[in-house]
Design a protein around this ligand. Structure first.
Ligand code: GLN
Length: 543
């Protein structure tokens, strides 16, 4: 039977609950336990797939095609355990399930209420689809005190009762430093814990985020006021890299406190050598490169969370630091001289995934600049589609090529197919359908062509990568592009869908229809990112 750790957050949002939970899971894993992580999100959207990245950051995609919260990306990167559909749920999905049942008459005429119907649905979700895991960590989105998280808190309170010794509560709070008084303040933590206690939850562990070291006396005071053992009040100070967080928590005794709270004695000591190695690689690099990321949501870097981390992983593999220059693609639309100016010191250009017309021409210009100036280019999803349009326009004689995503071009070299094959099931999609759930999402196979750069990079014939897009490069333009120097080096196994396009005569020019950043992990940097960062390094030696 699995043990449950419920993680809540208090005082303010953005304290890094996802990272904190992922670090606890990583520490338990380092002691030989099998872990699983889940997130319960209090918003009404059925999934974050339809949310603007400005609102909510990146939408993380799992192998089995769930569009989820970006915290699941942290979970995967820290534990290496692939998340599933059953690992993220929202208020919207819970209500959808309950309302469907109500319409079917499953409740036999009962009045359907938040307690017990919604809370039961939450509990069912939280405890479903668990195999032989030793620990399941469940993070509750939002901050304690929010109206919308109440049903989730009530559900985990009930679970705490039902599971007894097999469940604990960990609460993440802030201990702010008031510069004028020169003091750290514990009151917000006390209030936040009171709020939890008022709904019947007594935290077992307090993780206190702070910018300054918290003196032992203050930790003892927090413990006393919050009814938590002093040893279970853990300071969580800022560290140099997120990959140092598990090491720092271990030093402060967090994993021991977790095991104590479960009454588990005699657990094996953790093996943290792999964490020490990657933290060392990030903190002590042997060189650096500059990579420009040309996108549309650059003010909010959470919109590119996995991408940023994958570039860090590429750096880890090569033992170098990757400096990212975030470039707003619209910058190039009316003023081409900006290209030379902005890319003066860049060693590689990456155009990530994106949606819609705004900024697209700037991305096309960036791809052209990279191609013509022998600068390594990595096009991901939209970035591949833009590179294909660029090649068609400027090399293949199709000056008016475009994508039906933002108009009707002559020709649309990227377009919506009305009928797809997903596995064996045929799926219909049309332009007037709902926006939610109409994309090719999740893991799909891709066959790599012998003798190509990607085949060499992966060292495999058949790969599986995660997708999230509506449009596809039209295979009908393969010959036209191959005649002018491109190679369609990766295709869906049936040969219908172009998955990778590269330019063999360029130092490094690869466009992929999928999102490799979703599968990169610090311990297993994605081969494409490892190779791309290496190409940037080679470029930096030339300039
Ligand atoms: N907008 C493009 C499509 O839907 C690309 C999506 C993406 O980059 N994730 O096909």
């Amino acid at each position: 039977m699995a043990r449950f750790i419920f993680v809540t957050g208090g005082v303010v949002s953005s304290l890094g609950k996802g990272l904190a939970g992922a670090s606890v899971a990583a520490l338990l894993q380092a002691r030989g336990y099998k872990v699983r992580m889940r997130k319960l999100d209090p918003y009404i959207n059925v999934d974050p797939g339809t949310m603007n990245p400005y609102e909510h950051g990146e939408c993380y995609v799992t192998d089995d095609g769930a569009e989820t919260d970006l915290d699941l990306g942290h979970y995967e990167r820290f534990t290496g355990v692939s998340s599933k559909q059953s690992d993220n749920v929202t208020t919207g999905r819970i209500y959808q399930t309950v309302i469907r049942k109500e319409r079917r008459g499953d409740y036999l005429g009962a009045t359907v209420q938040v307690i017990p119907h919604i809370t039961n649905a939450i509990k069912e979700f939280a405890t479903a689809d668990i195999e032989d895991e030793d620990f399941v960590l469940i993070e509750i989105g939002g901050t304690v005190g929010d109206i919308e998280s109440l049903p989730f808190l009530e559900a985990i309170r009930q679970l705490g009762n039902e599971l007894g010794q097999d469940a604990i509560f960990m609460h993440l709070t802030l201990v702010p430093y008031i510069a004028a008084a020169g003091e750290l303040k514990t009151k917000p933590t006390q209030h936040s814990v009171k709020e939890l206690q008022s709904i019947g939850i007594q935290p077992n562990i307090l993780l206190c985020r702070s910018e300054h070291p918290i003196p032992a006396g203050l930790l003892a005071k927090i413990g006393q006021f919050c009814n938590v053992p002093e040893k279970a009040v853990i300071p969580a100070l800022d560290v140099r890299t997120i990959y140092e967080v598990p090491l720092s928590y271990h030093k402060e005794g967090l994993d021991t406190a977790v095991l104590d709270a479960f009454g588990l004695t005699g657990a094996p000591q953790p093996d943290l050598s792999k964490w020490e190695d990657i933290a060392d690689r990030v903190i002590n690099p042997e060189g650096q490169v500059n990579i420009s990321v040309v996108g549309k949501y650059i003010e909010l870097q959470d919109a590119y969370k996995s991408l940023t981390e994958s570039l860090v992983h590429g750096g880890i593999a090569n033992r170098i630091k990757v400096n990212i220059d975030w470039v707003e693609s619209e910058l190039f639309e009316n003023d081409e001289s900006q290209l030379t100016d902005r890319f003066k010191n860049t060693h590689a250009i990456l155009v990530p995934g994106g949606f819609g017309e705004r900024g697209a021409e700037g991305k096309i210009k960036s791809a052209r600049y990279a191609r013509e100036n022998n600068i390594p280019y990595f096009g991901i999803c939209y970035g591949m589609q833009m590179a294909v349009i660029e090649g068609c326009r400027h090399l293949a004689g199709l000056e008016n090529a475009g994508t039906s995503e933002f108009g009707n071009f002559d020709p649309n070299v990227v377009g919506l197919m009305t009928e797809w094959t997903r596995g064996n099931a045929k799926e219909k999609r049309s332009e007037d359908g709902d926006l939610g759930g109409t994309m090719r999402v999740g893991s799909y196979p891709c066959a790599l062509l012998e003798g190509t750069k990607v085949r060499e990079i992966y060292g495999e014939e058949l790969i599986q990568e995660r997708h999230r897009h509506r449009y596809e490069v039209n295979i009908a333009y393969k010959d036209a592009l191959e005649k002018v120097g491109y190679k369609f080096s990766g295709l869906s196994p049936d040969g219908d869908l172009p998955e990778i396009v590269e330019i063999p005569d360029h130092p490094w020019f690869i466009g992929v229809q999928f999102h490799p950043e979703l599968k990169s992990r610090p311990f297993e940097p994605h081969p494409l990112f490892e190779s791309f960062v290496k190409a940037a390094m080679d470029k930096s030696r030339l300039v």
